[in-house]
Design a protein around this ligand. Structure first.
Ligand code: GLU
Length: 281
């Protein structure tokens, strides 16, 4: 299902197809909704590829909390796991990917905020995280967020993390913006950078990676509230369907299972499941 530019006639057909999909969404056997006249259908979902515990491409496939949430949602929309096409959605590209119709939805550590909500719609939220810092384990010079002000700090272009540093958290820090968090991590490891800042949910996953054991620590600062939503194209009727799917995921225990499976290994202490539509400022 690609929501590309459509004519009025094909929009009507598309609307019907979506309705049909929704009707089938409660079936235990979701395959019944997959065998439409158009042959094998696909859904395209944007995730992160380099965030262990959240969204990661591995030799075995795709893993992480966002991957599990997206897979559950896709199933509710009538798509089985093998009908999902995963696409990398880097922080700076997410709104454009949705606006262009490159993906049907995005679950990629994607914080809901007003600026983004002017361009795309959000279902959720489905996780509440907080901005934190990751530093080398032997670094005792960063004890409070204020200590970041004369440091070489790294974050990602187009992220709320970079924006928050500039706006309020540490305006005097020497902020470097990279395309991905994994690129920042290499710099912190080598000593070229002092700290990496983004959501604690992401940083916990990096610090717990087998090859980094004992090398990094988190500040534990909880500097902001990051309400993760699922992004869809503005005006898409997928928003309401995804909200329903997320509610079901929490109610039937699949949300908690995904939390344990993905955040357990990193020992990340997550917040309880958010209520749909309840954004913590
Ligand atoms: N959640 C924040 C954001 O959406 C930071 C993580 C990310 O860049 O994906 O900007």
């Amino acid at each position: 299902m690609k929501l590309r530019k459509v004519t009025a006639a094909s929009a009507a057909v598309l609307a019907l197809a979506l309705t049909a999909t929704a009707c089938g969404s409660d079936d235990k056997d979701s395959d019944s909704a997959d065998t439409g006249s158009g042959g094998s259908k696909k859904i395209t979902i944007g995730i992160k590829f380099d965030q262990p515990g959240i969204g990661q491409k591995t030799p075995q496939g795709y893993e992480g909390f966002d991957v599990d949430v997206a897979t559950y949602v896709a199933k509710q929309l009538g798509y089985s796991a093998n009908q999902i096409q995963w696409k990398e959605a880097k922080s700076a590209d997410r709104e454009t990917m949705l606006q262009r119709g490159d993906v049907d939805f995005i679950a990629a550590s994607y914080s809901i905020n007003d600026e983004r909500a002017a361009k795309v719609d959000f279902a959720g939220p489905y996780l509440l995280a907080h901005q934190d810092v990751l530093i080398r384990a032997d670094d005792d010079s960063i004890k409070t967020p204020k200590d970041l002000n004369d440091k070489k700090l790294c974050s990602v272009t187009g992220s709320t993390s970079a924006q928050n540093v500039k706006d309020k958290l540490a305006p005097k820090a020497q902020l470097q913006e990279y395309p991905t968090y994994s690129a920042c991590l290499t710099g912190v490891q080598s000593g070229q950078l002092d700290a990496l800042t983004t959501d604690d949910s992401i940083l916990a996953g990096y610090a717990a990676q087998a090859n980094f054991k004992g090398k990094f620590k988190l500040g534990g600062f909880k500097m902001t509230n990051e309400n993760y939503g699922i992004g869809v194209k503005k005006g898409s009727d997928l928003k309401a369907k995804i909200d329903t799917a997320l509610e079901k995921m929490v109610a039937d225990g699949a949300w908690e299972k995904a939390v344990t499976a993905n955040f357990g290994p990193a020992n990340y202490k997550n917040e309880p499941a958010p209520k749909i539509g309840n954004i913590v400022k």
